[in-house]
Design a protein around this ligand. Structure first.
Ligand code: ADP
Ligand code: MG
Length: 238
């Protein structure tokens, strides 16, 4: 079970509150997309879910377990960042296996998981290459591969396509939809691209200034936005 529950989750940096009480239920295997303007708190929310940032108020549950103080490595979560941050001196194979090696997993298991991720992401012909010998889209797939090998219950993506050109974004969008079906996991995905949100999401969460403005399916938000702000983000004038 890998549903999530956020109950009045808050975050302050010093005296500045940037997440101002977020309540949200995410079902097991749901594809949830966070949208909202720059600075509204999308990355901070993801980082709190991942355990990379401490929660300063409220509660986070994954499955039935309260996770506020649980170490990131024990949350069953893997995060894919906007900047792929691959190790330039390692091959694709080594990049994908590194976290498992670091965690002391047996060699055979690492090999098997890397092979599986390479198959899913169609990276098999590229396993011996270095990141410098890959295109942007290929690098992004390696970054996703590093998350897949960990067999997480929940994937977090923070604007993973924003460094790619328009054509590649369309291609990767289709790949991500396929990936969600194949992996059969919960995904929380941050983007400021409305088309990405509309096409990928089971549920869209519109954020504004540290709060949820509206939650709904793409169709609900498109047909019935609560206000001009949501309409502006989803692309249908009210
Ligand atoms: P988004 O991802 O939606 O663009 P962020 O979550 O990165 O927004 O940031 C939300 C707010 O929190 C911003 O005002 C940002 O300046 C602030 N913030 C983020 N990280 C820190 C930090 N480490 N220290 C202080 N303020 C931060
Ligand atoms: Mg961000």
């Amino acid at each position: 079970m890998s549903g999530l529950k956020l109950a009045n989750v808050k975050k302050s940096f010093g005296s500045v509150e940037v997440i101002k009480g977020v309540d949200l239920d995410i079902a097991d295997k749901e594809f949830v997309v966070f949208v909202g303007p720059s600075g509204c708190g999308k990355s901070t929310l993801l980082r709190m879910i991942a355990g990379l940032e401490q929660i300063t108020g409220g509660d986070l549950y994954i499955g039935d377990s309260r996770m506020n103080e649980v170490d990131p490595s024990r949350r069953g979560i893997a995060m894919v960042f906007q900047t792929y941050a691959l190790y330039p001196h390692m091959s694709v194979r080594e990049n994908m296996g590194f976290a498992l090696k670091f965690a002391g997993r047996p060699k055979a298991e690492i090999e098997q998981r890397v092979a599986e991720a390479a198959r899913i992401l169609e990276l098999e012909p590229l396993l011996e290459r270095r990141p410098g010998q890959l295109s942007g889209g290929q690098r992004q797939r390696v970054a996703i591969g590093r998350a897949i090998v960990r067999h997480p219950d929940v994937f977090l993506f923070d604007e993973p396509l924003s460094n790619l050109d328009a054509e590649l974004r369309v291609h990767m969008r289709i790949e991500l939809a396929r990936l969600h079906k194949e992996l059969n996991t919960t995904i929380i995905y941050v983007t400021h691209d409305q088309v990405e949100a509309m096409t990928l999401a089971d549920k869209i969460v519109v954020l504004r200034d540290g709060r949820i403005e509206q939650v709904g399916s793409p169709l609900e938000l498109y047909d019935d936005p609560d206000n001009i702000f949501v309409a502006g983000f989803i692309g249908s004038p009210k």
